[in-house]
Design a protein around this ligand. Structure first.
Ligand code: SF4
Ligand code: SF4
Length: 492
């Protein structure tokens, strides 16, 4: 065994077994035991605080050392390395996923999915292919690049409370990211980043980024909130699958539907974690002929008819769990007994109608047809709740050196629009300024295209496409170019 366990030091905590990417450790009699599929990636030796897992100098018989990344796994015969990309078949390491060559018109000539990595980066990229497109000689350069500056931005379209901006996001008790700036109805998470990837829990960070980017379900925690997230599906927050997301805050809802709401009740409170709206006081209420009713909602006043809501697990993502509590006070010098107050949310998911009594208290009454119609209108204009994600990364000098000898020229070509960067066949948004920092919608990328290596870094399929003359101009590896037809017709 190239990795061994010192049983005297092993306390049976099983941390190594949880972190092993190959499931190559079993626990027996409260001691770790290394199995035959261990690829000597060294993760267990790095996570074991007792020093019980040790890497030995000898290499197992039949194992092949992989040189496609600095980890240098010793891949046993018939098994894969830590990144799950390379398999030892009869003493040869092969990329165990076929190169994906199908691409959309206007995209790269081939994708980098299945291409593998040439390491160290002074070598040309694994595939540099040429073909004629609309009479122009084009080149696509591809590599599966390990990116240590990488992560995912997760967009959760939900009205449910997930935690405050800046809060830590954890997985199995380890910090993997943070709650980012809320973007209108959407809650944002940033998972990954260079600091966390290089931190002591970098392996779980890399795994989490890749699982989200590959549209797998992950369970995360923000404070006491449990988030079950899968790209393309509604989020499940604290066991509740959210279905609808608001199109606007409480003030916007009043603005959009004032005329309709005026018919629904004498006063309307729209509960929302950002802005709670009060119809009669709002400028939209005035525009449809209303004067302030004397009702004050239970929220902090901002401006006319607009109040700041508090985050919570109640109606509209506020801390109000009983709709009656949405009414803070009623000025009976303005209000009259018999007046009605409709309380609902910005998604119209829940609603309640109240009637003002002689003593200024309120009593819940059945919803009228007009009130229900108004609530249905709000609900029907809501959007679907869902999870989306952008993979974000920076392709550093090493990832660019496989494209051309001078990586800065690759950067310039991308910023000048001479070269187009795609990830797994999908268009990217390249951030302005220096370097090549990009974002890509993971749902547009070839499925299951992302992997990770235990440096740790995530691995993205990176493609640069440009006319042949531009490729020559930036000092590309011209001698390494192959015709696309040769690649496509290559035997598996
Ligand atoms: S060296 Fe890597 S593959 Fe082998 S047991 Fe440890 S973590 Fe698993
Ligand atoms: S993790 Fe690195 S060394 Fe191990 S198999 Fe993958 S590319 Fe090779």
């Amino acid at each position: 065994m190239a990795v061994i366990i010192d049983k005297a030091l092993c306390t049976g905590c099983a941390l190594c077994a949880r972190e092993c990417p190959n499931q190559a450790i079993m626990m027996k009699d409260k001691k770790a035991v290394i199995l035959e599929n261990c690829s000597s990636c060294g993760i267990c030796t790095r996570v074991c605080s007792k020093g019980a897992a040790m890497k030995m100098a000898d290499i197992n018989e039949g194992a092949v050392k992989c040189t496609s990344c600095p980890v240098q796994c010793e891949v046993p015969a018939g098994f894969v390395g830590a990144c799950q990309r390379y398999r030892n078949e009869g003493g040869q390491l092969i990329r165990n996923r076929q190169l994906v060559t199908d691409t959309a018109p206007g995209g790269p000539l081939i994708t980098a999915v299945g291409a593998g990595t040439n390491y160290p980066c002074c070598k040309p990229a694994p595939y540099i292919v040429q073909d004629t497109v609309d009479g122009v000689e084009m080149v696509t350069v591809v590599t599966e690049a390990p990116l240590s500056y990488s992560g995912v931005k997760v967009k959760i379209d939900t009205n449910l409370h997930i935690g405050e901006e800046g809060a830590k996001v954890k997985r199995n008790g380890k910090v993997v990211g943070m709650v980012d700036m809320e973007e209108y109805g959407s809650k944002m998470l940033t998972i990954g980043g260079a600091n966390l990837l290089t931190g002591k829990d970098g392996f779980i960070v890399a795994r989490t980024v890749v699982e989200i980017a590959n549209s797998e379900r992950v369970t995360l925690k923000v404070d006491d909130n449990v988030l079950e997230l899968q790209v393309g599906f509604p989020p499940i927050i604290n066991g509740v699958e959210d279905r609808k997301m608001r199109v606007g805050c409480g003030s916007a809802t009043i603005g959009m539907f004032a005329a309709r709401l005026k018919e629904a009740a004498d006063e309307v409170i729209i509960l929302d974690y950002h802005i709670v709206g009060l119809l009669s006081e709002h400028m939209a209420g005035e525009a449809v002929g209303l004067n302030w009713s004397g009702v004050t909602p239970n929220a902090r006043r901002s401006t006319r008819g607009r109040y700041f809501g508090e985050h919570g697990h109640g109606w509209g993502g506020t801390d109000i769990e009983d709709p009656k509590d949405a009414i803070k006070s009623i000025d009976m010098s303005l209000a009259k007994a018999g007046m009605t107050i409709l309380v609902t949310e910005t998604t119209g998911r829940m609603a309640a109608l109240f009637e003002i009594q002689n003593d200024g208290s309120v009593k819940e009454i059945p919803m009228t047809t007009e009130a229900q119609d108004a609530v249905d209108t709000i609900r029907d204009t809501s959007e679907n709740a869902r999870v989306s994600a952008l993979y974000v990364g920076g392709t550093g000098g090493s990832a660019r050196a496989g494209v051309a000898v001078n990586p800065a020229r690759v950067t310039q070509a991308v910023h000048d629009g001479d070269a187009v960067l795609t990830i797994g066949g999908a268009k990217t948004f390249v951030l302005p300024g220096g370097g090549i920092n990009f974002m890509v919608d993971v749902e547009k990328v070839v499925p299951k295209a992302f992997t990770w290596v235990p440096t740790p870094a995530t691995v993205a399929p990176v493609e640069y496409t440009m006319p042949l003359d531009k490729y020559q101009k930036i000092g590309g590896h011209i001698d390494a170019i192959k015709k696309r037809s040769e690649i496509i017709n290559q035997p598996e």
